[in-house]
Design a protein around this ligand. Sequence first.
Ligand SMILES: [Cu+2]
Length: 123
Amino acid sequence: MKFSFIFTVGLTFLLSTQVSGQTQDTTILVNGICGMCERTIEGACDMDGVESAEWSSETKELKLTYDASEVSLEDINTSINEAGYDTEYSTASEEAYNSIHNCCKYRDPEVVRAHEEKVGNRQ
Ligand SMILES: [Cu+2]
């Protein structure tokens, strides 16, 4: 009984890795404001094993497709932090944050509000 349970779990695992390969789809939240943030965040994901990275300034969602045998989510997350952006898992160092463009200072409520007003005017 115990053996057949382990066997079934093992078989299911083998089948599922075979079907999906090592490719993972995941969404993580990354703080940011504008199109420049988008380029920096997506640029930080430009590493071996990452097949696609799409960040939305509206939802703050970063949709990732990556090959887990080549790169880990942790590596991608670290790269985003190093580029100066906070994720739902960890925050960027003060030094990295200071390196981003002034109009991208997403921790500053003044900058966020100014950007929202600019978007409002455009509509
Ligand atoms: Cu920006």
